[in-house]
Design a protein around this ligand. Structure first.
Ligand code: F6R
Length: 598
């Protein structure tokens, strides 16, 4: 959701800025722009639509300079048009800014600045920053930015240039920003993949820090002007990891990466039949767990509830982060709050975490992106090590989150004196079993051909596979734009069954588990209304073959691990339907990979 890229150094800025923007495309955007600084002033270009459209409008002769900032915008205030695109400039066109986040008090600031004679051209909240810096500018850009920050409320990552000095000033609050340290050059971006082809040495800025970047290096200070000694991290990911490796879409690549990603989540965490996690709280002192997250991560949290309650006996609540943060939740000191986030930057999840910390609870993060804001804010964490997830629709992060939650549930069971468990033995077989399902990708594509023009879908599951039904429906709707709903199978009688007729595909997730006979009855109810049944099964059963119009068979596993297996064919079904419809699977409309606004 919005992306910032910046460059200062010995080389031309433009190639890096364009490449960096493209590598941030996964965050979601609807316009883009650049500003280069050279001896004759600023070169500015902005364009709604794809980055390729910006690129084709750039004048290669004029677009020169060793200093530059660039931006992909995901519209919040004002339509996605050229005027609202970043960079924004002040009245004199001598200060340029790019902004990610939301300036909450922009209305009052705009009125104040207009009263002082500033002329605004866009509908954005971001433009106030350019005018504020102009208001305070007396020859020192850093001082002007700092004075502006004192007036700004909200969330921001900012990169600011002026026409006269050879520097970029950057800062952040509740929005990510990373510096890349090169030789004779400094990079800045919203996320590491933007700079990975140039450097692996990075610095994660923290809230309220201001960094001044020059050709000779960088200086990071806190808001009071004291120099902060920042640690330089060596990033482990490679450029190849963020490329498509021959797959048509990142999403398909990421579905196929799941066996390896899950192995990485498990690596080093099971030894001699014991779970090894490092947390800095005493599991015996936890009385209740609250899991909070958004979207797909919330669904993995729901599976986590079933697993933790079943394996450890601790009661678990699952709350949408956006609700948790505003409902003054009852949080006790002996509660553990688990936040789950692939990106580690989701604004609502971060705010829920802050609320939990304020109330004195212990916190645990289940996060994929190393060094992300949430990862740095939690008391303890379990990194997924799933590798970068670029496709907007989450796939491998989901299965790795469920894997991490299973490990954590087992860990609680162990620390409360109650191991072994057959789950430990079976979990290491899961990657191989997913490989078996991936071999069915073409078979699932054939099924997708039959259903690609459906207008609606129902997904039904019970118990641990009810959240899988929710996730299957979400995957389909977000990338294929087909309306889909997930339900607990028995709940279907209480309303949604009214929708069922011969045009309604109904996907049943029905492994032979403790509730198998119940779900068969639910299937009969759908069949009686001529619904088109697609059943995901793990054992042959003539009864199912009679009832279902189509069957996808997955390998058998134990009940606790069946969600990780069962979601894979649903990811493939959604992927193939969207691809057959000719849609851009990796960048569905209106969606952003990292939702850094509430
Ligand atoms: C759906 C999807 C979203 C995210 C949600 C939370 O495929 O990706 O629903 O799960 O926006 O994002 P994270 O996990 O980064 O906090």
């Amino acid at each position: 959701m919005c992306g910032i890229v910046g460059y200062i150094g010995k080389n031309q800025a433009l190639p890096f800025l364009l490449d960096g923007l493209k590598r941030l495309e996964y965050r979601g955007y609807d316009s883009s722009g650049i500003c280069l600084k050279n001896n004759s002033g600023f070169y500015l270009a902005k364009k709604p639509g794809r980055i390729s459209e910006l690129e084709s409008q750039i004048d290669q002769i004029l677009a020169k300079g060793n200093i530059g900032i660039a931006h992909t915008r995901w519209a919040t205030h004002g339509a996605p048009n050229e005027i609202n695109s970043h960079p924004h400039v002040d009245c004199k066109g001598s200060i340029a800014i790019v902004h990610n986040g939301i300036i909450e008090n922009y209305n009052s600031l705009k009125e104040l600045l207009k009263g002082e004679g500033h002329i605004f051209v866009s509908d954005t909240d971001s433009e106030v920053v350019a005018h504020l810096v102009e208001k305070f500018y007396e020859g020192d850009l850093e001082v002007a930015v700092k004075k502006s920050l004192k007036l700004i409320e909200g969330a921001y990552a900012l990169a600011v240039l002026d026409k006269t000095s050879e520097k970029i000033v950057v800062t952040r609050k509740s929005s990510p920003l990373v510096l890349g340290i090169g030789v004779g050059e400094i990079f800045v971006a919203s996320d590491v993949p933007a700079m990975l082809s140039k450097t692996k040495r990075v610095i994660y800025l923290d809230d309220n820090e201001v960094a001044v970047l020059t050709k000779d290096g960088y200086a990071v200070k806190n808001i009071n002007g004291f120099v902060v000694d920042k640690e330089i991290y060596e990033v482990a990911m490679d450029v190849e990891q963020i490329e498509k490796k021959g797959f048509k879409y990142f999403m398909l690549k990421e579905i196929f990466e799941q066996p390896e990603a899950i192995e990485n989540t498990l690596r080093g965490r099971i030894k001699d039949g014991k779970i090894r996690l490092s947390v800095n709280f005493n599991p015996r002192e936890i009385n209740r767990i609250i899991i909070t997250a958004c979207g797909t991560s919330w669904y993995s949290g729901l599976i986590g509830k079933y697993l933790i309650e079943k394996l450890s006996g601790i009661s678990v609540e699952v709350d949408y982060a956006s609700e948790f943060r505003y409902r003054n939740p009852i949080v006790r000191q002996d509660d553990l709050i688990i936040v789950i986030s692939q990106s580690g930057e989701t604004a609502d999840t971060l705010a829920a975490l802050e609320e939990a910390k304020k109330k004195g609870a212990k916190t645990l993060g289940i996060i994929n992106v190393v060094g992300s804001t949430i990862a740095r804010e939690v008391d303890s964490g379990i990194y997924l090590h799933a590798g970068p997830e670029i496709g907007v629709a989450s796939t491998k992060a989901f299965t790795c989150q469920v894997t991490a939650l299973t490990l954590f549930a087992l860990y609680l069971k162990q620390e409360r004196g109650d191991l072994p468990s057959d789950v430990i033995l079976e979990i290491e077989n899961i990657p191989q079993k997913i490989k078996e399902i991936l071999k069915k990708s073409e078979e699932i594509r054939e099924l997708a051909k039959i259903f690609k023009d459906a207008k609606n879908f129902l997904y039904l599951g019970r118990n641990l596979n009810f959240p899988v039904a929710l996730e299957g429906a979400l995957k389909l709707k977000e990338i294929s734009y087909i309306h889909a709903e997930g339900y607990p199978a028995a709940e279907m009688k209480h309303g949604p069954i009214a929708l069922v007729d011969k045009h309604m595909p109904v996907v049943f997730i029905c492994p032979q588990d403790a509730v198998y006979s119940k779900i068969i009855s639910n299937m009969q109810e759908i069949k009686a209304r001529e619904g088109n049944v697609i059943a995901v099964i793990n054992k042959e059963d003539p009864k199912i073959r009679d009832l279902a119009n189509y069957v996808i068979k997955v390998p058998e596993t134990i009940d606790e691990l069946s969600p990780i297996i069962n979601v894979v064919p649903l990811q493939l079904l959604a992927y193939h339907i969207a691809d057959l419809k000719g849609l851009n699977v990796d960048k569905p409309r209106n969606l952003a990979k990292s939702v850094t606004v509430e």
